[in-house]
Design a binder for this molecule. Structure first.
Ligand code: SF4
Length: 408
C-alpha cells in the first residue's frame, strides 16, 4: 500500500467512537479510562487470529495489553498483518524465548545506583520515572518492568534520584523515560522538571515519550506551558509507521514545537511493520512535515520473546541506503544497534568509503559513482607566482543534489 503525503489522507476523527461526545474524546483521562485491555473488549471490535488469542492469554504474565481508543482506530481490523495491529496486539511468538534474548538486554539494572536511575555514561543519566504507558508495544525493551506484568515491582524513588543527580556534578544530561513520563500529572512532572532545572550542572533535559503517538490529547496547553517555562526541554517521540502520523499527532507536535520543544523521532525496525524502504521513506517524510527530525532507527534489542519482530541488519542497512542521497538529509535517521549487555549505541551504516591512504580518500556516492578527495594539498603555483584557478577542481561533485555547506 502506498502512503501518500497528502495530509487529507492522514487519519482524523473519532472512528469507532462516533457516539462519544467530542469533549470526552479530546480528554486524555477519558482515553486512558476507556483503553482496550481485555480479550472480550477486543472481540467486540474484531475477529482475532488463533495466534493473537494465544498471545493475549500469555500477555498477562509478560506485558499487559492496553490500547487507547484513539490509537485502536488506526488498526485495520480486516488485516491480521496490519502494521499497527502487529505492534499492539500480542501474538503467540511472545511466549517463545530464544537463547540470545535477555530480560534486561541493555544491562540497565547493574548500572542503577538508586531505583529508577541508570548511570552508565559519566555525563548522562536515564531517569525512569514510571512503569506505565498509555498503550503497550509488544517489542518493548523494558517489558521486564513496564506494566508490572512480570512482578518486577518497580518503584522509582524521585527524591533519591534527584539527590543523586544533585550530588554528581559530572551529570549534564538527564533523560526522563520509563514507561512514559508524560503519564505523570502536570503537577508531578513540573516538580521533577523544575528540580532538575534548578541543578546548575544539568544543562540538557530531555524526555522520551510515545504519548504524542498513543494519546495526543495529553499534549494540553497547560503541559506545553510547563515545557515553555523550564525549556528547552527536548523530546524524542516514537513513531514506527506512516499510519501513525495522523492529523491529531501532527497537531500535538505543532503544540510542542510552538512551546519550544525540539522534536526527534526514534523508530524500531520491526518485521512486517517498517522493514521496507518505501514505508520508511513515507514515514520520514511525514515526520518532517510534523516538525519532527528522524533521529534514530534502532535495530531491535534482544528482549525475551521478541524474535518474531527481528529484522536482518542487512535489510536495515539497505533501507538507509535507499534514503541517503535519495531524500533530504534531515530525513535520514541514524541506524544503530544498542550493544547487547550495555555497550551503548553503535551506528551501523552503509559503506561509502572504499579506501583511505595518506594521499586520498576514495569513496562512492548514493548512485555508486566513485570520487576521490585528495588529503594532501598540491599547489598549482610556486610561492610568489600569480595564482591560477584550476577550473576542473570540484567538477566531480557538480550535481543537482550536492551543494555547499550552507545550501543543502
Ligand atoms: S511506549 Fe515505550 S516504554 Fe511504553 S511500552 Fe512502548 S516502547 Fe515500552
Amino acid at each position: 500500500m502506498a502512503y501518500t503525503e497528502d495530509r487529507s489522507t492522514w487519519f482524523e476523527g473519532q472512528g469507532l467512537w462516533q457516539h462519544v461526545p467530542e469533549s470526552d474524546w479530546k480528554d486524555w483521562v477519558w482515553q486512558l479510562k476507556n483503553r482496550i485491555t481485555t480479550i472480550d473488549q477486543l472481540e467486540k471490535y474484531m475477529v482475532l487470529t488463533t495466534e493473537e488469542r494465544r498471545g493475549i492469554a500469555f500477555a498477562g504474565s509478560k506485558l499487559a495489553l492496553a490500547i487507547t481508543p484513539y490509537f485502536f482506530n488506526l488498526i485495520d481490523r480486516n488485516d491480521p498483518n496490519c502494521p499497527i495491529r502487529l505492534q499492539l496486539i500480542p501474538r503467540e511468538g511472545e511466549s517463545i524465548t530464544s537463547q540470545e534474548e535477555m530480560l534486561d538486554s541493555l544491562g540497565e539494572d547493574e548500572h542503577s545506583p538508586v531505583p529508577g536511575l541508570v548511570h552508565r555514561y559519566p555525563d548522562r543519566v536515564l531517569f525512569l520515572v514510571t512503569d506505565r504507558c498509555a498503550s503497550y508495544c509488544r517489542y518493548c525493551t523494558r517489558s521486564r518492568l513496564v506494566s508490572n506484568a512480570q512482578d518486577y515491582n518497580f518503584h522509582p524513588e524521585y527524591e533519591q534520584g534527584l539527590r543523586y543527580i544533585e550530588s554528581h556534578p559530572e551529570i549534564r544530561d538527564v533523560l526522563l523515560s520509563g514507561g512514559d513520563p508524560l503519564l505523570l500529572s502536570d503537577k508531578k512532572l513540573e516538580h521533577l522538571i523544575s528540580r532538575l532545572r534548578a541543578i546548575k550542572h544539568v544543562e540538557f533535559i530531555r524526555i522520551g515519550s510515545r504519548i504524542p503517538v498513543f494519546l495526543p490529547q495529553r499534549i494540553t496547553p497547560a503541559l506545553c506551558e510547563i515545557f515553555k517555562k523550564y525549556g528547552p526541554i527536548w523530546m524524542s517521540i516514537h513513531v514506527n509507521h506512516p499510519k501513525e502520523a495522523t492529523a491529531e499527532l501532527k497537531d500535538a507536535c505543532e503544540r510542542l514545537s510552538f512551546a519550544g520543544v525540539p522534536l526527534g523521532n526514534q523508530s524500531v525496525l520491526l518485521r512486517g511493520v517498517n522493514d521496507d524502504a518505501e514505508v520508511m521513506k513515507a514515514l520520514v517524510h511525514r515526520l518532517l512535515r510534523m516538525r519532527v527530525r528522524p533521529y534514530y532507527l534502532y535495530q531491535m534489542d534482544l528482549i525475551t520473546g521478541g524474535s518474531h519482530f527481528k529484522v536482518d541488519v542487512r535489510k536495515g542497512i539497505e533501507i538507509i541506503q535507499a534514503l541517503r542521497g535519495h531524500t533530504t538529509g534531515y530525513a535520514v535517521p541514524q541506524y544503530v544497534i544498542d550493544a547487547p549487555g550495555g555497550g551503548g549505541k553503535v551506528p551501523v551504516n552503509p559503506e561509502y568509503v572504499e579506501k583511505i591512504t595518506d594521499e586520498e580518500i576514495v569513496f562512492h556516492n548514493y548512485e555508486g559513482r566513485q570520487f576521490r578527495y585528495p588529503l594532501k594539498s598540491t599547489p598549482v603555483a610556486a610561492a610568489g607566482e600569480p595564482i591560477r584557478v584550476n577550473a576542473k577542481a570540484g567538477a566531480a561533485v557538480a550535481h543537482d543534489d550536492v551543494a555547499g555547506a550552507c545550501d543543502i
